[in-house]
Ligand binder design. Structure first.
Ligand code: GTP
Length: 379
């Protein structure tokens, strides 16, 4: 148990002791009232008050001195419960004329136990309580009374019931606090879990999805394709000349370039697409519900935006472009095979002079460079 947990237990135990002491004080006053009415000897009220003070004092000293930390249950709930229960049974024997009071007190005593006792300890305390109660009920043969003998005793009995209900309210409030604490802890835990999940699926530098998350998303898209035939294509985007940026301007500038590139892609992609950092200066864009034929337009925009971006803001002469390889996912193949095709296409784009798109094997979309040449020839 951590010292923070122990401190919490101690503060709860101290609060409980205060309530128990207050409760015992009321009982002592009620007993004094019954003594005044001649139902019991006045010394019984004094003894009840003195024993309450003594036992609560002992537990207070144990808690304050830290001695309770040596126990398996530092709250000492079982010990306190048994002390209180046996005290009630003892007084039931010596003052059966007001025996109802000690019997209803047992409810409050056992209810306090609910705050901390495990089922096993609760069962043990119940069995011990039952055993102890057998003494006044069976062996001693005392007359346990409900002492309404006049107007005053009626008020005293009424007060004792009201006070018992009050004790139940205090216990309900403590249980409510425990429940609220648990609910708060649960919420904190689920927020922390969400955060951990975010960290596990996000790239820390660029805040895009990471490779692990990409693999999961690709598996989802593959399933969707198999179920509904919804097409998707995989594009691998690799920066050109990024090593040069790092070498000339430093790693920190390189990081800024990566983040800016992510912004460019985010500004051009659809919300339903998936974008992830694969590693280093290599990224993957999964275009959902899209074939390469349709995907070429946003990819071309990314290529163009990257080439036209004001990289000089990071340093005079700083600049990168993007080479992109893209392929359709084909029925029945593994993601790995599609990935290899996209990778080969990306290397083809590099080999063809960088800053362009190569579609793996789509007729009519060999490279964006050939499209540009065709456009120029038409013009
Ligand atoms: N600043 C920064 N650099 C990184 C990070 N991860 C990898 N790199 C660097 O990125 C560079 C990637 O190398 P290359 O892909 O060969 O560089 P390139 O100049 O773009 O080469 P081509 O792709 O052939 O155009 C290496 O120098 C890595 O050290 C990162 O998180 N931050």
């Amino acid at each position: 148990m951590t010292s923070q947990q122990l401190n919490k237990i101690n503060s709860l135990s101290e609060r409980m002791l205060m309530w128990v002491l207050l409760s015992c004080t009321f009982d002592t006053l009620l007993l004094a009232g019954f003594a005044h009415e001649g139902l019991i000897n006045g010394r019984i009220a004094v003894l009840y008050g003195a024993l309450s003070l003594f036992f609560n004092g002992v537990y207070y000293v144990l808690i304050k001195s830290g001695f309770n930390r040596r126990f398996k249950d530092p709250s000492m709930t079982f010990l306190q419960l048994m002390t209180a229960a046996l005290m009630q049974v003892g007084f039931l024997v010596i003052a059966p004329e007001v025996g109802y009071l000690f019997l209803i007190n047992l409810f409050a005593v056992y209810a306090f136990g609910m705050l901390r006792l495990t089922a096993g300890w609760y069962l043990a305390s119940w069995l011990l309580g039952a055993l102890a109660l057998s003494i006044p009920f069976h062996l001693v043969g005392v007359e346990i009374a409900f002492p309404i003998t006049g107007h005053i005793t009626k008020i005293l009995v009424y007060l004792s019931f009201i006070l018992t209900l009050g004790r139940c309210m205090v216990i309900a409030n403590m249980l409510g606090n425990i429940r609220r604490g648990l609910a708060d802890k649960n919420q904190e835990l689920s927020i922390a879990m969400k955060h951990v999940q975010e960290l596990a699926t996000r790239d820390a530098l660029t805040n895009t999805k990471n490779r692990r998350s990409l693999e999961e998303l690709l598996a989802v898209e593959q399933n969707r394709f198999q179920r509904s035939g919804s097409p998707f294509c995989i594009a691998i985007l690799d920066l050109d000349g990024f090593k040069g940026v790092n070498d000339s301007f430093g790693h920190a500038v390189g990081d800024e370039v990566l983040k800016a590139f992510v912004q460019i892609v985010h500004s051009q992609m659809r919300l339903s697409d998936h974008f992830a950092r694969y590693g280093g200066d290599e990224f993957v864009l999964v275009l959902t519900d899209t074939t390469v034929a349709n995907g070429m337009t946003p990819l071309q925009r990314i290529c163009d935006e990257t080439a036209q971006y004001d990289w000089n803001q990071f340093g005079e002469g700083c600049g990168v472009t993007a080479s992109i390889g893209v392929t359709n996912y084909r029925a029945g193949e593994t993601i790995d095979i599609a990935f290899q095709r996209a990778d080969a296409a990306m290397y083809a784009a590099k080999a063809a002079g960088r800053n362009q798109i190569v579609a793996s094997d789509e007729p009519g979309y060999v490279t964006s460079a050939t499209q540009a040449i065709a456009r120029a020839a038409r013009a």
